[in-house]
Structure formats: structure tokens, C-alpha cells
Design a protein around this ligand. Structure first.
Ligand code: HEM
Length: 584
């Protein structure tokens, strides 16, 4: 039979044209009315098919969800804990502040693993037994999407703080290698120049009289992190103050905006917040460009000035105070660390994320450690700290880049400060796809949120002894093998002898040997900055105490208590302090 249209389909791939052609050929239909009828029928048929497929897909999806939910409910019945009485679960009863108290009461009643329904689909499982916690933190690799969401909203798509372990793994390894090897194993943890710069700022603060401990801690943390990530260029960067202010403003609102499950585009406040984040991005770009410019320039000059290191040349160019000791190279992290971005990543997202997390947490630690060095509180304790300092300054340790390792009591004080006031009240993990079996035989169903109430675990008598709630850095020190006398507690009164008795009389225990030490988390997603931060903060205190005595303003008493603010736990109200300059 002859084709009526007279025009053959232009390509064999054109499904509709060929279908029409063969239909016409078969039925002998030639006029345009019938053709358009055919097209209408065809579109209607396609549309119906589409609707059916969508309906089937949505039903399958819903059934899957309902099945998962039933499974969650069934599995959760086996975990001890209060039942979910209302549709809203227990979430209405819990505020951010009292969640630790709620979990504490539940653990007392139900044991070391308890469930808490936050809503009909939201199951929280809390663990308090250190051995179980260690097992869980090693096995559970993914984190809750909320944290990643806060970083994503503020700093764009980046993959250092995201939920999935596979996405974060490579960056973690690069960062850990940079922080641990480069700084800790080959050089003093913080170059003298950074310490000098921080001390210079403290002199300025001090000129105004008493200082707010929080403000100084924040500033120290910011300078430490900035110099670590951006090198010497950061110390002379004119926009550093604005950057610090922006970072703190973002910290105030980050969790609030991330808590919306749908990004609140309709809120004006959200756009204000976004503008702050954009400004931060522009400033990060600025400092990164400056670092790269300086680095390229000075590397290029290498051949012409073989006697000068890139850093000494950069000092004079960047205007940073010059110093003869080992220096931190500019461009740290920027090349290696940022060199593996994929197309969707915000180029500075990881750097901003690190500045954000590092500054807040490190400031919290410094702010909590500082009151322990106040002169009036611990006579014997401070005496020992000063003895360590004098030994480090005058003795053989002076030229030793690892000398901070020998200030054991100082390091133990930093550990103890981190133990008593961790950065956050909870560690969290989740297992969205698979059930999670513990050695005890208990099964945590997929979809449950796993949490560790860090404050409870770190102040538990069974892990830390009867003085678990007290400040006792000596718990991290133990007797040296040579059998010499040992300091255990300042109240014994004989402790002073030990520091004078030589370097080897006490040994600093690795705090991570105690499974209940969790200020930096543990397992596959533990904090990458732990080693660096502990030694960095101790180094800063060593310099500070060498030059200053810390005192409370006359007539004032510190009655600060730990409370959550700006995404971290901190002492509130922030204590005031006076730095009294020591005689040489
Ligand atoms: C006193 C200071 C700090 C504290 C208390 C702290 C604490 C923490 C905690 C509790 C976690 C979560 C761990 C877990 O869930 O098991 C974490 C994660 C992390 N920290 Fe820190 N941190 C500090 C400083 C730093 C610094 C200075 C850096 C790097 C420059 C850093 C890099 C990271 C990274 C990259 C993660 C994410 C790990 C992941 O999700 O895989 N931290 N930190």
C-alpha cells in the first residue's frame, strides 16, 4: 500500500514519526483531521501511562516507608526506654539545655542503652557504657545530616563535615596528615611568630584593665587557626578583625537556620544570614589569593636568593613581625587539601568550615582552661606548672622543638579542661541503611539516631572515680617506671617535690586510653584536630604564663557555669580576668 503523506520519516530514531507512518500505512488514513485525532489519542495514552507509573512508584515508595516504620517500631520495642505516648513523642518536653538531664534520668532508670521517641518516626538511642560507645563509634560511620546541613547552608557544598563517611574520608586523611605530620612531628606545634603575635594582642587587651575571658579566648583561637591555615600572610592581613566578627555572627545563627527542614527562603532573617556568609566567602577568597600570590612570588624568587627561605622573604613582604625560628609555610592545606575539589564543591567551603569549627571549639577549650590558672585558686598546682615552665625555659629543653611534651602537668590540665567542658553535649551518629548490631546482642534499627551524652560519660564515677566532677589534672599522670615519687593530687601536699625531682618522675597517660574520654569524639569520625589543638593550646598557655600571672579582678568571684551558646558549650557568664605582668 502506498503512503498517503508522501513524506517518509526523516530519521529512524524518531519514534513518534515512524509510529504515525506505519499506523497510516496500515489504516490508509490520509487526512489531517485523522492525523491530529491520532496524535491526541497518543498523547492521552502517554499521559495515562505516565500517571499510572507515577502512582505505582509513589505507592511503592510509601509502602517502603511504612514498612520501614513498622520495622523501626518493632525493633525499638526490644530497646529499653519509655514508650512514645503522644504523636509528638517526647520532643515537646525537651529543650536543647535539658536533653542531657533527660538522658541522665533515663539511663538511671533503664540502663546503659536507652531509647527515646522524639516523634513517631524519630527514634533516639543513647549509650552511656564506654565499651559500647567505642564499638558504636568505630562501626557507625555516618553522621546526622543536620550538622552537614548547617555547614552547607553557611559555606556551600563542601565535603569535610558531611554526613556520609565515604565522601569525607579522603579529606580527613589529607587534613590529618597535614596537621599531625607537618606541624607536630617536624616542628614546634605553633611557630614563635604566632605566639608573639597573640601575646602582642594580649598586651593590648591588658592595657584596658580586666579582660573578658571569652573575648580573649576567641581571639587567641582565631589567630591560631588563621595562622595554621593561611600561614604568615594571615598575621599581617588587614581584614582579619572583620573576618573574626563575621565568623562569630554566623556561629550565632548557624544551627537555627539549619534546623528548618525546608530552607526558609521566605524569611528575611535568612537572607541577612546568607549575606553574612557571602561576605565571609569573599574575605576567604581574598586571604587565599594573597597567600597564593605571596607563595608563588617567593617560590619563583627561590633560585635568585638561595640563602633565604621563602618564609623569611614573605615576612618582610607581608609585614608580619620577623622571627628567626622555624616558621609555618604559607599555603598550608591550600594546595594539597583544596586540590581535589569536584565540580559541585564550593572552593573555600572546607576552609571556612574548618575556621568555623576550629575557632569555636578551641576558644571554648581555652576559655575553660584559663580560670584554672588563676593565681589564687591552686597554689601547689600553679607552683608545679611554673616549675615545668622554668625547666623548659632554662634547661636543656629550650632548643627542643618537642619541649611542650615535657610539660606534662600543663598538658594534663588541658586534657582535664576538655574533659570537664566538652565542645558539645552530644556525639551523634546514624545508620540510615543498615541495622546496627552490638556485641551485647542488642540491635539498633536502621533510621535511629545514635547519641552519646558526652557530659554524662565524662563525669561518670565508674569511669573517673569519686572525684569525677572535680578538676583534677593529676588523673592523667602516673608514676614513672623508675619508681621515683609521684604526684597524684595537690591535696597530698608532697606533690611539689615531684616536678623538681626530674623530668622522668611522672608520665603523661594517653587520655584516649580511657574509653570515657570523648571531648574530641572517637572512632572513624573522631576530630582530626585533637593532637594539634591539645599541644597548640598548651604551648600558648606556656607562653602566657611565662609572661603573666592570671588573677580575678579585685572583689569579684567566678560563678560561671557551663551552658550551650553559639553552637558550643561554654562558661557563662564569661569570667573577667586581669593579666598581671611578671617580673623577668
Ligand atoms: C578544642 C578544640 C576542638 C574540639 C573540642 C573538637 C571537637 C570535635 C568533635 C567532638 C568532633 C566530632 C567527633 C565525633 O563525632 O566523633 C569534631 C570533628 C571534627 N574536627 Fe574538631 N575539635 C576541635 C578542634 C579542631 C581543629 C583545630 C580542627 C582542624 C583544624 C578540627 C577538625 C575537625 C574535623 C575535620 C572534624 C570532622 C570529622 C568528621 O566528621 O569526619 N577540630 N571535632
Amino acid at each position: 500500500m502506498k503512503s498517503c503523506s508522501g513524506a517518509a520519516p526523516t530519521t529512524t530514531n524518531n519514534f513518534l514519526a515512524s509510529l504515525l507512518q506505519s499506523w497510516k500505512a496500515k489504516s490508509g488514513i490520509c487526512n489531517s483531521q485523522e492525523t491530529s485525532q491520532f496524535l491526541r489519542d497518543f498523547v492521552a495514552w502517554e499521559f495515562n501511562a505516565f500517571l499510572w507509573i507515577s502512582l505505582i512508584a509513589v505507592t511503592a515508595l510509601l509502602l517502603r516507608k511504612v514498612f520501614k516504620l513498622f520495622r523501626l517500631w518493632a525493633q525499638a520495642r526490644k530497646i529499653p526506654g519509655p514508650p512514645c505516648n503522644s504523636f509528638y513523642g517526647h520532643s515537646k518536653l525537651i529543650s536543647r539545655e535539658n536533653l542531657t538531664e533527660v538522658l541522665s534520668a533515663l539511663h538511671k532508670e533503664y540502663g546503659s542503652v536507652v531509647k527515646l521517641w522524639l516523634g513517631p518516626t524519630q527514634l533516639l538511642v543513647s549509650m552511656k557504657d564506654p565499651a559500647l560507645i567505642q564499638e558504636m563509634l568505630v562501626k557507625a560511620e555516618d553522621k546526622l545530616p543536620l550538622t552537614g546541613r548547617a555547614f552547607h547552608l553557611a559555606f556551600g557544598s563542601s565535603n569535610l563535615f558531611v554526613s556520609s563517611f565515604t565522601k569525607v574520608q579522603m579529606r580527613r586523611e589529607l587534613l590529618a596528615a597535614e596537621l599531625n605530620e607537618k606541624f607536630i612531628e617536624r616542628a614546634p606545634v605553633i611557630p614563635t611568630k604566632v605566639v608573639d603575635c597573640i601575646m602582642e594582642r594580649i598586651h593590648k587587651f591588658n592595657a584596658k584593665g580586666s579582660v573578658d575571658c571569652k573575648m580573649v579566648s576567641q581571639h587567641i583561637a582565631f589567630t591560631l587557626l588563621g595562622a595554621t591555615l593561611f600561614g604568615n600572610t594571615f598575621l599581617a592581613w588587614s581584614k582579619a578583625t572583620v573576618y573574626e566578627e563575621l565568623l562569630m555572627m554566623i556561629a550565632k545563627d548557624a544551627c537555627f537556620w539549619a534546623s528548618y527542614s525546608v530552607t526558609p527562603f521566605w524569611k528575611r532573617g535568612f537572607w541577612r544570614y546568607q549575606r553574612l556568609c557571602t561576605k565571609l566567602k569573599i574575605l576567604t577568597q581574598d586571604i587565599v589569593q594573597q597567600c597564593q600570590k605571596n607563595y608563588k612570588l617567593f617560590c619563583h624568587m627561590d633560585e635568585n636568593f638561595p640563602n633565604e627561605t621563602p618564609n623569611t622573604r614573605m615576612d618582610s613582604a607581608s609585614g608580619a613581625p620577623s622571627c628567626s625560628c622555624l616558621e609555618m609555610p604559607d599555603n598550608l592545606l591550600l594546595h594539597k587539601f583544596n586540590g581535589h575539589l569536584n565540580a559541585r564543591e564550593e572552593p573555600f567551603g572546607n576552609i571556612m568550615g574548618l575556621m568555623f569549627h576550629g575557632c569555636l571549639t578551641t576558644a571554648g577549650l581555652i576559655g575553660h582552661a584559663a580560670p584554672h590558672f588563676v593565681f589564687t585558686d591552686f597554689g601547689i598546682f600553679l607552683g608545679q606548672i611554673y616549675s615545668e615552665l622554668i625547666m623548659a625555659r632554662d634547661g636543656s629543653m629550650k632548643q627542643d622543638p618537642q619541649c611542650i611534651d615535657k610539660m606534662r602537668l600543663l598538658l594534663a590540665t588541658v586534657y582535664e579542661s576538655a574533659r570537664l567542658l566538652p565542645a558539645g553535649p552530644l556525639l551523634q551518629r546514624c545508620s540510615l541503611k543498615h541495622d546496627f548490631s552490638l556485641k551485647t546482642g542488642a540491635t539498633i534499627p536502621a533510621g535511629a539516631v545514635l547519641v552519646v551524652p558526652v557530659q554524662l560519660v565524662q563525669m561518670d564515677d565508674s569511669s573517673w572515680g569519686k572525684d569525677a566532677h572535680e578538676f583534677n589534672p593529676y588523673r592523667f599522670l602516673s608514676k614513672a617506671r623508675d619508681g621515683s615519687d609521684l604526684m597524684l593530687n595537690p591535696s597530698t601536699g608532697n606533690a611539689e617535690n615531684h616536678v623538681h625531682s626530674g623530668e622522668s618522675s611522672v608520665v603523661l597517660n594517653d587520655p584516649n586510653d580511657n574509653a570515657a574520654f570523648l571531648p574530641f569524639g572517637s572512632g572513624t569520625r573522631a576530630c582530626v584536630g585533637q593532637k594539634f589543638v591539645i599541644r597548640g593550646v598548651a604551648t600558648l598557655f606556656a607562653s602566657l604564663l611565662e609572661q603573666y600571672e592570671l588573677r580575678l579582678p579585685s572583689g569579684s568571684q567566678s560563678d560561671s557555669k557551663p551552658a550551650a551558646k553559639d553552637s558550643v558549650l561554654q562558661l557563662l557568664p564569661s569570667p573577667e580576668m586581669v593579666f598581671v605582668r611578671r617580673n623577668s
